[in-house]
Ligand binder design. Structure first.
Ligand code: AMP
Ligand code: MG
Length: 466
């Protein structure tokens, strides 16, 4: 069976400063672990052909696309607030982009070997983070959150050294593009206005064709990020590494590392083992997004008219706060069954969240129980008072059931799926992926996936696993 793969490599038109042409390092014994057939079909690719030896060779990097070389993209970024002038795809390769009725999408291999941007890394990934990204990004998509997606996971048949020897794997990621805030920062740091201009034009054409010029691009990204982060918050999602190189210009969630969904609610929750200061804690995400957008504005300044554009660019970045707050109110209002919440409803939201924090209530299950007509919190005067006030707003059950998922990818379930996969059993991963495909309408027999972790199952920290 031949694989028909109508790939272009549009990004190379930007010129050689933007990438390094790089073949993947072949792997010993590629084996297809997971294939996202619905996504393959959306991309116009034949799932059967992707499963064939030719398809698996492509998805493992053992055979490059026929048309052109893969590339590693350059970028820079602020990592935990510190400036890194040279990052780039250190373990990823862009195979190319594909046009679909729903737009153009990048196909990228992650874990495909070293590139000039690997620094001390081995260019590889192990099965754990590959499965985590596959499961969580597909769950986010099903939850309606803009996100990169997972087309396939392939075992390499090779060992990767991390804490110990671990099975290697490669993820095929599908993204609207892989342009990051840090991609603009890379060229700004090199005073390369020509590159900034070209990159802005490329990003506008790909993502925001209705927007005009670099200032229009900035405004569009500000709006997209305000919507995105409010959506994360409404689902209890913590990205975990909101470095500027991990913020996509497209407005899609990108780079799932030590991300996690909150179980027991506390606003300052951090899971990432590398985030010791809580910079990327749950309740910091909007602040950090605003900070990252200010970095984007300053990177774009040379092509927005220089210093004269500072007031307009500042005003543009400052619209983030209001847009975020409006999006937050709409999302959390819907969680409480209010289709058109007003700022007067904010206390209803914050009071409930305060009660949840006091009770260490499960974030997802509290809202879902309210949607299903149960009282999720212990009876108390404050809860009864809140409940009466809420009922007086005549919440819509329909609105709630569409805003409050029953199933989210819980940390302990992901860990369990990874452990099983390491021992060769993909059953738990497949079961989780299937249940997470309809998170608002949980399939029969998945009640266990709705349960919070028992004390001994609780995951305290998540790891980047790079
Ligand atoms: P991340 O923390 O995954 O966003 O990665 C930050 C930077 O480190 C990016 O430039 C990655 O390409 C690079 N990187 C992460 N892991 C590896 C690895 N195992 N080998 C080479 N480069 C890596
Ligand atoms: Mg990254």
């Amino acid at each position: 069976m031949t694989l028909h793969l109508p790939l272009s490599q549009s990004y190379t038109a930007l010129g050689p400063r933007f990438f390094h042409a790089q073949e993947a390092d072949p792997v010993a014994a590629p084996e297809l672990l997971l294939l996202n057939e619905p996504l393959a079909q959306e991309l116009g690719l034949d799932p059967e052909a992707l499963k064939s030896p030719e398809g698996v060779a492509l998805l493992s990097g053992n055979a490059p696309p026929a048309q052109h070389s893969p590339i590693a993209q350059v970028y820079a970024g602020h990592q935990f607030g510190g400036w890194s002038p040279q990052l780039g795809d250190g373990r990823a390769l862009l195979l190319g982009d594909i046009e679909t009725p729903n737009g153009t999408f990048d196909l990228q291999l992650k874990g495909s070997g070293r590139t000039p941007f690997s620094r001390s890394g081995d260019g590889r990934a192990w099965l754990g983070p590959v499965l985590r990204e596959y499961i969580v990004s597909e769950a986010m998509h099903a939850l309606g959150v803009p996100t990169t997606r997972a087309l396939a996971a392939v075992a390499t048949g090779e060992t990767v050294r991390r804490e110990g020897p671990l099975p290697g794997a490669i993820l095929t990621r599908v993204a609207a593009s892989h342009i990051r805030v840090g991609t603009f920062q890379y060229f700004a740091a090199r005073n390369d206005a020509e590159a900034l201009e070209a990159l802005a034009a490329f990003a506008l054409h790909r993502h925001y064709p209705e927007a005009d010029g670099p200032m229009g691009l900035l405004a569009a990204v500000v709006q997209a990020q305000a919507q995105l982060v409010a959506h994360w918050m409404s689902l209890g999602f913590i990205h975990g590494v909101m470095n500027t190189d991990n913020m996509a210009i497209s407005g899609q969630t990108i780079d799932y590392g030590p991300c996690a969904f909150i179980d027991r609610y506390h606003p300052q929750t951090v899971y990432s083992s590398i985030d010791r200061m809580g910079r990327y804690a749950y309740d910091q995400q909007a602040n950090i997004a605003g900070w990252n957008l200010a970095q984007l504005a300053s990177a774009l300044l040379p092509v927005m008219g220089g210093e004269e554009a500072i007031p307009e660019a500042t005003a543009c970045v400052n619209t983030f706060r209001d847009s975020y707050q409006a999006a937050y109110l709409a999302r959390f209002g819907a969680k409480l069954g209010l289709a058109t919440p007003t700022p007067d409803d904010l206390p209803l939201i914050t009071e409930l969240l305060e009660l949840m924090a006091q009770e260490e209530a499960d974030f997802t299950n509290t809202f879902r129980a309210l949607s299903e007509g149960h009282n999720p919190l212990p009876e108390s005067l404050p809860f009864a008072t809140w409940h009466a006030k809420w009922q007086a707003r005549a919440p819509s059950e329909d609105v709630m059931l569409r805003a409050n998922p029953a199933i989210i990818p819980r940390n302990h379930r992901i860990e369990e799926a990874i452990q099983a996969a390491v021992s060769g059993d993909l059953g738990p991963s497949a079961r989780l992926i299937k249940a997470l495909a309809t998170p608002f309408d949980p399939p029969e027999g998945t009640e266990d996936l709705r349960l919070p972790p028992a004390p001994h199952e609780e995951v305290q920290a998540t790891f980047c696993g790079t």
